[in-house]
Design a protein around this ligand. Structure first.
Ligand SMILES: [Zn+2]
Length: 98
């Protein structure tokens, strides 16, 4: 009976501290999760780097629609203009028609 009472008081005290410092605990847990994710993504990116081809430099072209820079291979070419995406190309065509 005595131990049960001590256990109950301990549970109440722990519960009180958890309730009182729940924001701190949440922050700590969030930071722990973020740190873990960062570590995981860093490991993942380290593995991905050799797979990516960085030896060949690709020429950058500026999208006349949105001004975004894109590599020449990835962009959409139309009459000497390079668009970053099909959406920009379509929007430019629609403006020309109207
Ligand atoms: Zn664009």
């Amino acid at each position: 009976m005595k131990w049960l009472l001590i256990l109950l008081i301990l549970a109440v005290v722990v519960g009180y501290f958890v309730y009182r410092y729940r924001k701190h605990i949440q922050t700590a847990w969030f930071m722990y999760q973020t740190f873990r994710r960062m570590k995981q993504s860093r490991n993942a990116s380290q593995k991905q780097v050799p797979a990516r081809d960085t030896s060949k430099d690709s020429e950058l072209v500026r999208c006349p629609k949105c001004g975004k820079w894109a590599s020449k291979e990835e962009s959409v070419k139309l009459k000497g203009d390079f668009f970053c995406s099909l959406l920009c190309l379509e929007e430019t065509m629609a403006e020309k028609v109207l």
